[in-house]
Design a protein around this ligand. Structure first.
Ligand code: MIC
Ligand code: SF4
Length: 645
């Protein structure tokens, strides 16, 4: 029988399980990546596993999120990460070298291999034909230690591309079209495999924009074939030896198929406050733009920024617009400088930032109150920009640059003649900001400034879970809602007691205090609870506050695993109407929790206030049940190691 790309990669990496839709499988991980905001926890957890050196083919530690350094915290983290990388056999990409996903695509990604990253946009490397997935830091730590990654075998959906993009329409519009059709939960449990004759017209950086934002569909990952286009990219990166051909067999089977005629697309935007609130740009011409931001792991490649520079060249930004630009990597930055495009951007009035995540995660450049910001990023959740009442529109760089000139959301097709930017045949290659691991690891001392705090741990699962409903949320709650980021909170990522003060801060500033006063409790969620990022702090900090279970209509993949990894029981309403019957403040009790009951998968929760009983289920594999019983993955892994000794 013919195989698709994902089936081929899974088959060649299968550790255990049967790769049938929905069944749990374990796959070996070739490469890992971490970024600083999740990396400090990942390395503390790696240390706790007690393994002297990573066992992957390649592991890279990037610093790209926490680079504002308003106080000592970020710099403490950087030193910790650099010393941990040197000691444990990990490459260290220094602050300023670029955003993890862009740099990984340029310098490290290998078609046909597996990549696990402690960041939800790790699927960016799917643009190169890697099976690349986001996960919590603890899963990445285990993978660094040589453990497999467990996932439920996703459904394979083919996205069949035909035609080629019209002038002024870009890769961002392709993924926005997919989001428009499928919504932010349309990809849960799925992997999107791109194919069809239209794929040949897209360069690797364009493909990477598409696979990057597949994260917003809730997908396990997205992937393109590795073909001649991939080979050209790797050649231009001086890494042609990493190329292998990878394509689906002619008779490959998929669980679903979607067709997109690239020639029929037009410039699109995701409107506030969700990446799937997609509209054509032509319908938004009345919207005044106060800020334009170009950058992020979605749209800050060389071609994206050259396109923006060409649009802005010889002109000046609108007097009421602040334009900020963050190139995705030092390679991109240097090329812009050498080709004069940086001078054009500066002359146009752009405010050029360092090569990092920056405004995408609210690290500076918060827009004014009640304003509109047009961004080439991937997420526009309310408040993520740092300004609670700002409206964020997500677009491609063409629309962003055009809007910076006019002060309104502007259809780039009004700009006149279009010249496609060709991908260079040779990129500037200079890896001196990537430090290889030490050859004498025993001599390396790990540097722990005051921002690096101990990892809190939980004991085994109690047999009765009881407590108040501390919060009842709506649908599509994001990890930004649960554990906000931004310039004030992000620097506390290595200090759980400190960051726990801010759990649900944007939705309910009293949450943390209430959770402490009530000695923990439960949370009620709607559909797709925990969508968005991979930050395990969205489980770790609630666990620290005593949250014992989350009962919701459904969960997003990475967050669901993070809850299990930190011993919080994720439960699902059998009948979603029961959601309506529970109120914040109700006292709930789940009794007699034991191995048999969890393995059966049926539980009941009693509402002590209105005396109702609700049936619950879970979709935990046998292994997940054991992890929950142990009180989390770290305890479980230690118990397993002891057993094997
Ligand atoms: C994000 O885009 O939300 C982040 C910040 O990159 C997160 C990781 C984190 O919270 O550190 C992600 O996407 O996983
Ligand atoms: Fe960084 Fe934004 Fe990409 Fe997250 S989405 S990795 S914050 S650039």
């Amino acid at each position: 029988m013919g195989k698709n790309i994902v089936q081929k990669i899974v088959e060649s990496h299968l550790g255990s399980g049967v790769p049938e839709k929905g069944k749990e499988i374990a796959i070996t991980i070739d490469q890992t990546l971490t970024q600083d905001a999740t990396g400090t926890m990942a390395y503390l957890q790696f240390e706790a596993l007690g393994i002297p050196t990573v066992k992957t083919k390649l592991s890279v530690s990037y610093v790209d999120h926490n680079t504002l350094q308003a106080s000592f915290e970020n710099a403490d983290d950087h030193l910790f990460l650099q010393s941990a990388a040197a000691k444990y056999g990990i490459y260290f990409s220094r602050p300023g070298n670029g955003i993890c996903h862009q740099v990984h695509l340029e310098r490290f990604g290998v078609p046909g291999q597996t990549l696990l990253g402690s960041d939800s946009h790790t699927p960016t490397a799917g643009g190169l034909g890697m099976m690349a997935m986001g996960a919590g830091g603890l899963d990445v730590a285990v993978a660094m230690g040589g453990g497999p990654f467990y996932l439920s075998m996703p459904e394979g959906v083919k996205i069949h591309l035909t035609g080629s993009l019209p002038p002024w329409v870009g890769a961002k519009d392709v993924i926005l079209e997919v989001l428009r059709r499928l919504s932010v939960k349309g990809g849960v449990g799925k992997v999107f495999e791109y194919g069809g004759e239209g794929t040949a017209s897209l360069t690797v950086p364009e493909r990477a924009t598409i696979t990057n934002m597949g994260a917003e569909l809730g997908a396990t990952t997205s992937i393109f074939p590795s073909d001649d286009v991939t080979k050209l990219f790797l050649e231009a990166q001086g890494r042609v030896q990493d190329w292998v051909e990878l394509k689906a067999d002619d008779e490959a089977k998929y669980d679903g198929e979607i067709s997109i005629d690239l020639s029929s697309l037009e410039p699109l935007a995701a409107c506030p406050h969700s990446p799937d609130a997609v509209k054509p740009i032509r319908e938004l011409s009345e919207v005044k733009a106060n800020q334009v931001a170009i950058g992020s792991c979605t749209n800050s490649s060389y071609t994206d920024l050259i396109q923006a520079a060409r649009i802005l060249k010889g002109k000046v930004v609108h007097p009421e617009v602040s334009l900020v630009i963050a190139p995705g990597s030092r390679q991109v930055y240097q090329m812009l400088a050498e080709e004069g495009a940086l001078a054009d951007l500066l002359a146009s009035g752009a405010r050029i930032l360092e090569s990092a995540c920056g405004p995408c995660i609210g690290m500076g450049q918060a827009p004014p109150s009640g304003s509109v910001s047009v961004r080439t990023f991937n997420r526009n959740f309310k408040g993520r920009s740092g300004t609670a009442d700002a409206d964020i529109y997500l677009t491609g760089p063409e629309t962003a640059a055009a809007s910076a000139l006019t002060g309104r959301i502007t259809d780039p097709r009004t700009l006149g003649e279009f010249r496609r930017i060709e991908m260079p045949t040779k990129f500037i290659i200079d890896d001196r900001m990537i430090i290889p691991p030490s050859e004498n690891p025993e001599e390396i001392e790990i540097i722990r400034g005051p921002n690096i705090q101990q990892l809190p741990l939980k004991g085994p699962m109690e047999s009765t879970l009881t407590g108040e409903v501390l919060l009842k949320t709506g649908d599509n709650i994001t990890t930004d809602d649960i554990m906000p980021a931004g310039a004030k909170i992000l620097p506390l990522r290595s200090n759980i007691p400190a960051i726990a003060e801010y759990v649900f801060n944007g939705l309910d500033p009293f949450f943390s205090r209430r959770a402490r006063e009530k000695n923990g409790g439960l949370i009620i969620g709607g559909e797709n609870y925990g969508q968005g990022s991979s930050r395990e702090h969205a489980a770790l900090a609630p666990m620290y506050l005593g949250v014992k279970a989350v009962i919701s209509k459904s969960f997003a993949r990475i967050h669901h695993t993070n809850l299990v990894n930190f011993g919080i029981l994720p439960l699902i309403f059998q009948d979603s109407d029961d959601y309506e019957k529970i109120q914040q403040g109700d006292r709930l009790i789940i009794e007699n929790i034991n191995r048999e009951m969890l393995h059966q998968g049926q539980l009941e929760v009693r509402n002590l206030d209105n005396k109702q009983i609700y049936s619950l289920k879970h979709n935990l594999s046998q292994r997940f049940v054991e992890i929950i019983l142990a009180g989390g993955l770290l305890n479980y892994t230690r118990n397993q190691t002891k057993k094997n000794e």
